[in-house]
Design a protein. Structure first.
Length: 399
């Protein structure tokens, strides 16, 4: 499979999913081993989750930040993946108003529109402000600079995160973007800033790196985007020259359960949450969850098919692929170009190799989502059906 200038050994991609294995903005040895194991297990491309393009773009403190002093530690990670024969992508993004950290500037967190900030309210930032056009220009340049740092660190691709409620998604989602200038209104207006970011990144590294975008095909809340909206967005991103789209869904605040296609493990998340306010917020979240929601394989299939019908560019299907039957449906029946796996590889990093050798036809992941509750623990995100990885290497910086 070819994505822009990058050729992959097969059509399996490890999705960007919070690993919980970074310290002070730098990768740890545990993060290196996490992605090395996935590469050794047979995927063609593994994605390092949430690499913030700037300090104020982080959602929490222990999160990779693409800054010059991260190049050497990240080189340890990319070299380890390359030794296993796979490629590696940096998921580059900015949290905007979705952040647990107060901006260094002292200003309110910036977003598409001003108003109440539900995430920030839990951390002393109840209000958000609308970013000015000049600030958007600066942030687009910051994305390009971060992509150059990713290239220097040895990454083969960048994935611009335009989903799940982070900054670019805050512009794309009609429920979040209430602007009346050129960056609001219909999809063309709401996509103006994300497209600006894409074009700057393509200009910076697109001749040498694959440039992908992760978008939401179903945001899962009233006023959110769905398949037809995603199809229109995909057409715009294709016209701009994006090399591939990864099709996801759900929103971190309004509908996090749709990211996983099943209910959140509220009890386990409350047990891992140290703050009283955070636990009460999780109680509210439990009341918002659809009671009838139950996991089914390929839960974004119908919405993603609308995107497939709208564009000819490469598309990676994400959302509930746990068996060879679903792989075949995505690639052969629906015409997607790649299959993007998350929880199934957390459960078994060697799943793709087991598929290849015929020793497995389905993942043993039961979609309980209890891995989400391990995200900020000492061992990082892991499948609770197995013993957690050794926590000690998580304290050592790679490289």
């Amino acid at each position: 499979m070819t994505i822009g200038p990058l050729t992959l050994r097969n059509r399996f991609v490890k999705s960007g999913a919070n690993e919980g294995r970074s310290r002070g903005g730098l990768p740890t040895e545990a993060l290196v081993e996490h992605h090395r194991a996935v590469a050794a297990g047979g995927v063609a491309l593994t994605t390092v989750a949430y690499c913030a393009v700037a300090g104020d773009g982080r959602t929490f403190a222990d999160q990779i930040c693409l800054r010059p002093d991260a190049v050497r530690p990240l080189r340890a990670l990319t070299d380890a993946v390359h030794r296993e024969g796979a490629a590696v992508a940096a998921q580059i993004t900015h949290g905007g108003a979705f952040s647990f950290l107060k901006p260094a500037s002292g200003l309110r967190p910036g977003s598409a529109s001003a108003g109440f900030n539900p995430t920030g309210a839990l951390h002393g930032m109840p209000l958000k402000r609308a970013l000015s056009p000049a600030e958007l220009e600066t942030i687009a340049d910051i994305f390009a600079a971060a992509a150059r740092i990713a290239e220097e660190a040895g990454f083969d691709a960048v994935e611009i995160h335009m989903g799940h409620g982070y900054l670019l998604s805050q512009f794309l989602s009609p429920g979040e973007n209430r602007r009346d200038d050129a960056f609001g209104g219909d999809m063309e207006g709401r996509a103006r800033f994300p497209r600006m970011v894409l074009r700057r990144v393509l200009d910076a590294v697109g001749a040498r790196m694959a440039v992908m975008c992760k978008i939401g095909v179903f945001e899962g809340y009233r006023g959110g985007n769905e398949g037809d909206d995603a199809a229109r967005l995909a057409s715009l991103l294709e016209a701009d020259g994006a090399h591939m789209l990864v099709l996801s869904g759900g929103m971190n605040v309004q509908a996090p359960w749709w990211i996983f296609g099943s209910k959140m493990p509220i009890a386990e998340m409350k047990a891992a949450e140290p703050g009283f306010v955070g636990r009460r917020a999780l109680d509210m979240l439990s009341l918002m969850q659809p009671r009838a929601l139950a996991f089914r394989e390929m839960y974004f299939r119908d919405h993603s098919r609308k995107v497939r019908a709208a564009v000819r560019m490469p598309l990676g299907y994400l959302g509930g692929v746990k068996s060879l039957a679903s792989v075949d449906a995505a690639l052969s029946e629906d015409g997607f170009d790649a299959v993007v796996l998350g929880r199934a590889l957390l459960h078994d990093p060697a799943l793709v190799e087991r598929f290849r050798t015929g020793t497995a036809e389905a993942s043993g992941c039961d979609s309980c989502n209890r891995c989400v509750a391990t995200m900020h623990g000492p061992s990082g995100t892991h499948c609770v059906l197995h013993a957690p990885p050794d926590a000690a290497p998580n304290q050592r910086i790679a490289g």
